[in-house]
Design a protein around this ligand. Structure first.
Ligand SMILES: *[C@@H]1O[C@H](CO)[C@@H](O)[C@H](O)[C@H]1NC(C)=O
Ligand SMILES: *[C@@H]1O[C@H](CO)[C@@H](O)[C@H](O)[C@H]1NC(C)=O
Ligand SMILES: *[C@@H]1O[C@H](CO)[C@@H](O)[C@H](O)[C@H]1NC(C)=O
Ligand SMILES: *[C@@H]1O[C@H](CO)[C@@H](O)[C@H](O)[C@H]1NC(C)=O
Ligand SMILES: *[C@@H]1O[C@H](CO)[C@@H](O)[C@H](O)[C@H]1NC(C)=O
Length: 482
């Protein structure tokens, strides 16, 4: 699970994605017929935001939501080989777009090889040092998986997906296996590459895909892609800003993107869980793990895992850290400065396993992999921004935020509200109920190890792809608005 921070933050990284988002108006220019409608809708949304300051509501108003039915939580029919939502055709892209990037893993970033990081089909090295912490039968199900590995994991799963078709004519959806995150990751940390370098893979892919006969079927509305980094890494508006321009390239407009962090205002961005270190090999692995975290003795009320070094006094995370240190005995701090937590330590997992709650502030962006590390350990997440999870992972998490998480408004914390006080106010039974909800949702936020998925149990991949297929169906319905 552990690498919380892939690399040191870059001076170019947008500190405030909200500012970046605004420049997205520029990207609408090529679509003049729709521009005014879109602009109007966005304008309405912004007014709503200003009034209600409630992103959750505003996205729910505008965006058709599809929540996979609750029955999916537990199990599907063992013999379910039918594909009621349709089938996926996987484009056979030239290797330049995916496997060649992996083969050149030694040059994916300037600090050293990423070959170990993305070994084992993207899962990374086996997490052997967790032996003794986790049940023995599950030692083969834990890896040091990189948080940016989703595009590799999705590709492997898609090739073996039970609803994959080799006949493009009969497909409902078309999958584009470009490793957009690896392609740009390579260029993020040095200044000697041009904007063209950073957009090369995406640009070339779009030319390739637009030349395919199936693109025209619905102008790309039935095409989708997994992009392994946060959306803001693909939304560069000026040449010398951070990241690639991939999502802003005109040809990208109608393609659905599965991302670990979405732009809540963009219908085509879909938030999917960050990959964690847990990759069950069977439904019984999942059940063993659920029972393990359910019966843990949790000795601290809450915990905070993150980089503590360099947190300035007024930084929100600095405040949380202070509160945590002040609540001695009730709160545990795990300092992940530098790469302390990325190299084979079980510290983070142990602190989540030992705490009732875990604090999940925003960092450089709204989301963190830690949300999922925490929930997988059966710890109840505490959020301070709605965009950290509630308006990100709607297909995967419970609809009622208060059923599995605690929300404390950031402004209340800034005004001195005691987190310990809030968390202590929950009765034992309430805590148990919330934890049970978290545990019930574990299958929905993990990525199974077998490329075929889990027999009779849907994981995050299954839900994501079914979600996309259902959306395509919704959109074909008469009167569809987005
Ligand atoms: C955020 O979510 C919480 C829990 O659902 C809700 O009570 C609160 O009003 C929301 N706050 C904002 C600013 O949208
Ligand atoms: C850019 O700089 C890095 C080292 O900082 C070097 O490895 C790389 O070859 C350079 N690339 C170009 C295109 O000059
Ligand atoms: C996106 O879809 C719309 C119709 O829904 C179409 O007019 C437009 O050309 C499409 N964009 C691209 C880049 O294909
Ligand atoms: C928390 O610790 C800081 C010093 O680090 C102190 O100023 C503050 O009063 C403490 N607050 C509480 C509630 O103990
Ligand atoms: C991790 O630690 C081992 C020794 O425990 C060391 O050999 C290895 O180079 C370290 N890897 C990283 C990425 O720091």
């Amino acid at each position: 699970m552990l690498p919380l921070f892939d690399t040191p933050p870059s001076p170019h990284k947008p500190q405030n994605p909200e500012l970046d988002r605004k420049s997205s108006f520029g990207s609408l220019k090529p679509y003049l017929p729709r521009t005014w409608l879109i602009f109007f809708v966005l304008f309405l949304q912004i007014i709503l935001l200003l009034i209600a300051r409630n992103y959750h509501i505003s996205t729910a108003v505008i965006i058709p939501q599809h929540r996979p039915e609750v029955a999916a939580i537990t199990a599907v029919d063992g013999g379910d080989t039918e594909c009621p939502s349709g089938k996926v055709f996987v484009y056979n892209l030239p290797h330049f777009f995916n496997t060649e990037l992996l083969e050149n893993c030694h040059e994916l970033n300037p600090w050293g090889s990423r070959c170990d990081t993305y070994s084992n089909d993207g899962l990374g090295r086996p997490a052997t040092k967790l032996a003794g912490v986790i049940p023995q039968s599950l030692t083969g199900a834990w890896y040091w998986t990189d948080q940016f590995a989703s595009e590799i994991i999705y590709h492997n799963r898609m090739l073996n997906y039970r609803c994959r078709t080799l006949d493009p004519e009969s497909a409902t959806a078309y999958y584009i296996p470009l490793y957009a995150g690896l392609a740009v990751g390579k260029y993020l940390w040095t200044n000697n590459y041009t904007a063209e370098d950073r957009d090369l893979h995406c640009h070339t892919m779009l030319k390739w895909v637009h030349d395919q006969p199936y693109w025209k079927k619905s102008n790309g509305w039935d095409h989708f892609i997994t992009m392994g980094r946060i959306t803001w890494d693909f939304r560069r508006s000026k040449d010398d800003d951070w990241g690639s321009r991939c999502i802003y390239l005109p040809g990208m407009r109608n393609i659905t993107r599965l991302l670990i962090e979405r732009n809540s205002w963009d219908y085509f961005d879909v938030g999917v869980p960050y990959p964690t270190g847990f990759h069950p090999t069977s439904p019984s692995d999942v059940e063993t793990w659920q029972e393990f975290v359910r019966t843990r003795t949790r000795t601290t009320l809450f915990c905070f895992a993150g980089a503590t070094r360099g947190l300035i006094k007024n930084d929100f995370r600095g405040l949380l850290l202070n509160q945590c240190y002040n609540s001695s005995g009730s709160c545990r701090v795990v300092d992940c400065g530098g790469s302390k937590c990325s190299n084979g330590t079980s510290l983070i997992l142990e602190s989540f396993l030992g705490s009732d709650f875990c604090l999940q502030p925003r960092g450089d962006s709204f989301t963190r992999r830690s949300i999922f590390d925490c929930m997988i350990a059966g710890s109840i997440p505490v959020f301070f921004w709605n965009r950290t999870a509630y308006s990100q992972y709607e297909w995967f998490l419970p609809g009622q935020p208060e059923s599995y998480s605690v929300y404390i408004d950031k402004n209340d914390v800034l005004n001195g509200k005691s987190i310990k006080g809030v968390l202590e106010s929950f009765g034992k039974d309430e805590v148990r109920k919330m934890r049970e909800k978290v545990i019930q949702y574990i299958p929905r936020i993990v990525y199974a190890k077998p490329h075929q998925g889990l027999k009779g149990m849907k994981d995050a991949f299954d839900l994501a792809v079914e979600g996309v297929l259902n959306r395509i169906k919704d959109q074909e319905r008469e009167g569809f608005k987005w």
